[in-house]
Design a protein around this ligand. Structure first.
Ligand code: H79
Length: 573
């Protein structure tokens, strides 16, 4: 016989089981429904990505107590870098105590925001925490933070308020890499993940609307940061946010660093680059010229990307006056020519050493950054050019023929930084598929064949050497010391100049040949190509031309093989 007590107990167990199984059942259903739903937290909504893209130009700010030292943020901390290796120059005990002297009394968030606005920048991204683990905000999850410095103020908060007030879009850089946190990449890494998620929750909760989260995970995976739930939380708290590709998931955009990305219009990207050399402030750091700054912006936008341009403020809280001045100059340029940058798309002419192009509606903006020839020869487009003008002053002669567009601008109307030619079309420029050009090259886009193609599956084919995209190539395998690359120009053409770029200086002996009947005749030869071979010779007229490699230290790799027609001046002589 069961006692009353026992009866009550077994009843409770029974009931408990029932409740449990109901809960389990509804949980299963929920899981099933969840897995059928698209993971919309992986990507931002297209309209938000579009708005982010249209801004084109933003201010990156790397700042922390390390500015007292003038060394690089994160990387100059001596001490273990779990997951990375190497060691910085400042002993960890010293680095980790710098904040106790950090008192940037001249910090004024409104001033920083004004500097960004005057530069023509539309957004700002600030380091809330770098690899050194120091929080520039009042986080409940750590004592290693700005509010425990003599300065005491929450810099992230003041910047948020200033951006909101001024209508500047706002983002926070956050490094999931943390060489300060005791649990980071140890057996108790899960505790670090909790900390990381907790800090992102604070950032996304305490500072009003945020437009961008800029992770810097140094190649860490979704597992390292438990990224899926993290992204879900971030996008739930901040539905408009754009997230970069360094948080363990591809997310919204790519992030070429310290270089302008290659032309890419099927996925958003943003170059991040420093105005000087260091991310954090360094006294007397080498600063870029205005020409470098503007050409970088033009090349980024011409490649269909954004530019996030970095300054490192000083330990007193100010941005260096000479940097402020440089940014202001950029802003002045943008005031005049901003219509060729903001809300445009890159192309249709892909960037090259000659320059870059952007377009909007029925207009193409050709930005000539480098006049190496007297005329710029662009590939044909399936639209009619109905008008042209030179936005930077003066006039251009634009000839549109079936096989090329030829633009010439008199020397006095060419600008040192950027000569902008506006081409008005009889239809939308977005309908033109992007094409690369190498100014004046006869070879571009012509048929090419080659021996011993290495890794065809990787796309290293002969055509890549003549496709006008300097970033793609033909390569042979490493055992091949002899190989040829042949170009069919389609019809006999006259040329007197060749340019070849070959990786790693591997070629030891080569010939340039043309075909007459069935025989190949050598018209130039050499023992070294290297990355920028250029040679002038007596004009040759031929349809088939080849580079015949006779010896190499390793499998030759040809990025570009271009032929040029004799200059017009020479012809008339
Ligand atoms: O926050 C900025 C950099 O600190 C960070 N990303 C940008 C946005 C960054 N993390 N890793 N890297 C950059 C690349 C690493 C470069 C290194 Fe080095 C080469 C680290 C050690 C050798 C740079 C150069 C730091 C020290 C020397």
């Amino acid at each position: 016989m069961k006692t009353n007590k026992q009866l009550k107990y077994s009843l409770a167990v029974c009931l408990g089981l029932v409740v449990c199984s109901i809960a389990a059942c509804s949980l299963n259903q929920a899981v099933a429904a969840e897995s059928k739903k698209p993971k919309d937290y992986l990507r931002a909504a297209p309209e938000n990505v579009k708005k982010w893209r249209e801004m084109k130009f933003g201010l990156f700010i790397h700042w922390g107590p390390v500015s007292l030292k003038g060394t690089e943020i994160g990387w100059s901390r001596g001490g273990e870098r779990r997951g990375r290796g190497g060691k910085g120059s400042i002993p960890a005990e010293e680095y980790d105590n710098l904040y106790k002297q950090f008192n940037p009394v001249k910090f004024n968030a409104d001033e920083w925001v004004q500097i960004a606005k005057d530069a023509g920048m539309k957004y700002l991204v600030f380091t809330s925490k770098h690899h050194d683990g120091f929080s520039m905000f009042d986080s409940k999850h750590t004592n290693y933070k700005i509010t425990n410095s003599p300065f005491k103020r929450d810099v992230v908060k003041e910047l948020a308020d200033a951006c909101h007030k001024a209508g500047l879009k706002l983002g926070y850089y956050y490094s999931p890499v943390d060489w300060y946190h005791p649990d980071y990449r140890t057996e108790t890494h899960s505790k670090y993940i909790e900390f990381l998620h907790g800090q992102l929750r604070e950032i996304c909760t305490n500072y009003g609307k945020i437009d961008i989260i800029w992770f810097d995970g140094l190649g860490g995976s979704a597992k390292d940061w438990d990224s899926e739930p993290l992204f879900k939380m971030i996008r739930t708290l901040q539905p408009h946010v754009i997230i970069n590709n360094r948080g363990g998931l591809p997310a919204d955009h790519d992030t070429p660093e310290q270089r302008v990305g290659k032309f890419q219009n099927d996925r958003p990207w943003e170059t991040c680059m420093t105005i000087c050399r260091q991310w954090a402030w360094k006294p007397n750091d080498q600063m870029k010229s205005l020409k470098q700054c503007i050409q970088t912006l033009v090349r980024a936008v011409g490649g269909d990307g954004n530019l996030l341009f970095n300054v490192g403020p000083m330990p007193d809280g100010r941005i260096e006056p000479r940097q402020v001045e440089r940014l202001k100059e950029m802003g002045q340029w943008l005031k005049k020519y901003g219509q060729t940058i903001y809300a445009t798309r890159g192309g249709p002419f892909k960037s090259g050493s000659w320059g870059a192009s952007t377009h909007k509606d029925n207009t193409i903006y050709v930005h000539v950054l480098n006049w190496s020839d007297d005329t710029i020869i662009l590939p044909p487009i399936p639209k009619r050019i109905v008008a042209n003008s030179v936005l930077t002053g003066g006039t251009a002669t634009v000839k549109q023929a079936e096989d090329a567009i030829e633009i010439s601008v008199p020397k006095t109307h060419r600008r040192e930084i950027d000569t902008i030619i506006e081409l008005k079309l009889d239809g939308p420029a977005s309908q033109i598929s992007p094409r690369a050009i190498l100014s004046g090259s006869l070879t571009a886009g012509k048929k090419a064949t080659a021996s011993n193609v290495y890794g065809n599956s990787r796309g290293y084919n002969a055509a890549k050497a003549v496709d006008d995209d300097p970033a793609t190539r033909w390569a042979t395998n490493s055992v091949t010391k002899q190989a040829w690359l042949e170009i069919d120009l389609g019809k006999p053409m006259t040329f007197d100049r060749v340019k070849i770029s070959e990786e790693y200086d591997r070629v030891q002996k080569f010939q340039l040949q043309f075909k007459a009947g069935d025989t190949w005749t050598t018209f130039a030869e050499g023992t070294k190509i290297g990355s920028n071979y250029s040679k002038q010779f007596k004009p040759v007229t031929a349809r088939h031309v080849r580079l015949n490699i006779l010896d190499a230290t390793d499998g030759p790799t040809i990025w570009e093989f271009q032929l040029f027609a004799p200059k017009k001046e020479a012809k008339t002589k």
